[in-house]
Design a protein around this ligand. Structure first.
Ligand code: DGY
Length: 372
């Protein structure tokens, strides 16, 4: 088997070697020469040491190119989630780590390399990283905010519409050969136009969802830890309410909150009991903000009409009984999965990584205290 390759569209001098353990070791040629001379007094062609980094999983080429140009990079090309032990092993001796939200970046990983300077997450959420431990260790943590907002807001609406109008159930019905003719009661769902949407978390994505709700002429309620500025409320036509009012009055409750200790199981039996029997719950934020077992029970007992879920409490596992339910639309954490957006996320994370390694403040630092 040919164990060398050139990344498509990449600098032709790059050589990738695939060792037998399935980890792709990517080196640049000539070795050690930086593609990012940092404006100092280095002479043309002078060899300097490039920072050593580990990329925990393949990312879109545009992002990888940025890493490869500036770093001595080792990339896990196996497209599988690495175990803790594997990750610790790969991080040893590295100055940078570019990781995904499926990597649990805990104290042990952060401590695996005394040289580690930066952990660049290819995600806006960074609940997979122990940021406090990173800050203690003077390790910069970065994320990818902004670039995925519209894509995620669009997908929230996919889930909302699919759940309200039973789209996936209808698709399954047809494919199962059950459609024998039009029926006046066949697969009736809930209207969306003119109804009430309840947005939990009016951050960038929540605002994107609200903007789209205006097209459906909906009454827009929101709740948040901090109330949005009056101009934002006015522009979106969004009304601030307490959590209980939102769950009681909304026909569609959609979650756009980060996973924090205080938002863990933000939706549990109590909130589900408050919801209308005709209401739907949509979650494209983080799985653990919903008590999934309580949700399965509410859906099974038809205490709410339906749910659209992109995320799960223990991904990739799902609570027992969830997949058997007809009144839930399930997606495998793909709310930001458009080709363009995933490319932008990769480029942003790679830029953060390289900026930090070259001694500059990365644009999307989440623990700026490390720099002080
Ligand atoms: C994120 O970025 O946090 C999403 O969950 C994946 O795009």
């Amino acid at each position: 088997m040919d164990r060398t390759c050139k990344p498509p569209g990449a600098n032709p001098t790059w050589v990738c070697e695939v060792p037998l353990d399935g980890t792709l070791a990517v080196r640049t040629s000539p070795p050690g020469r930086s593609a990012f001379p940092s404006g100092d007094d280095r002479r043309e062609g002078e060899t300097i040491m490039k920072p050593r980094v580990f990329v925990s999983r393949m990312i879109p080429q545009e992002g990888l190119d940025i890493v490869l140009a500036a770093c001595d990079a080792e990339v896990n090309a196996d497209d599988r989630h690495l175990s803790q032990a594997e990750l610790i092993d790969k991080v040893k001796g590295k100055e940078g780590l570019l990781c995904l939200l499926t990597d649990d970046i805990n104290d042990a990983i952060l401590g695996a390399s005394p040289q580690l300077k930066v952990v660049a997450n290819v995600a806006v959420g960074y609940d997979n990283i122990d940021v406090q431990a990173a800050t203690r260790g003077k390790i910069i943590v970065t994320n990818t905010p902004g670039v995925l907002d519209d894509t995620t807001a669009d997908f929230t609406w996919c889930l909302l519409v699919a759940s309200a109008r039973r789209l996936v159930e209808a698709d399954r019905y047809l494919r199962a050969g059950k459609y024998t003719g039009w029926g006046i009661m066949l697969l009736c769902g809930e209207d969306i136009f003119g109804k009430t949407i309840g947005i939990c978390g009016l951050g960038r994505i929540g605002r994107g969802v609200a903007k789209r709700a205006r097209g459906f002429e909906m009454r827009i309620l929101y709740t948040d830890a901090v109330r949005a500025p009056t101009e934002v409320e006015r522009e979106l036509g969004a009304q601030f309410v307490d959590k209980e009012t939102l769950f009681r009055e909304a026909d569609f409750v959609t979650l756009h909150i980060p996973l924090l200790p205080q938002t863990h199981r933000y939706v549990s039996t109590k909130e589900l009991m408050l919801m209308k029997k005709t209401a739907h719950l949509v979650n494209a934020s983080r799985g653990p903000v919903v008590d999934e077992t309580a949700l399965v029970q509410a859906l099974r007992e038809r205490r709410i009409a339906g749910a659209g879920l992109d995320v799960y409490e223990h991904e990739p596992d799902m609570a027992s009984g969830l997949v058997e339910l007809d009144n839930v639309t399930l997606a495998p954490h793909i709310a930001s999965a458009s080709v363009d957006t995933r490319m932008k996320m990769a480029v942003m994370a790679a830029t953060n990584l390289v900026e930090a390694l070259q001694g500059r403040r990365p644009p999307n630092i989440v623990n700026p205290d490390v720099l002080s």
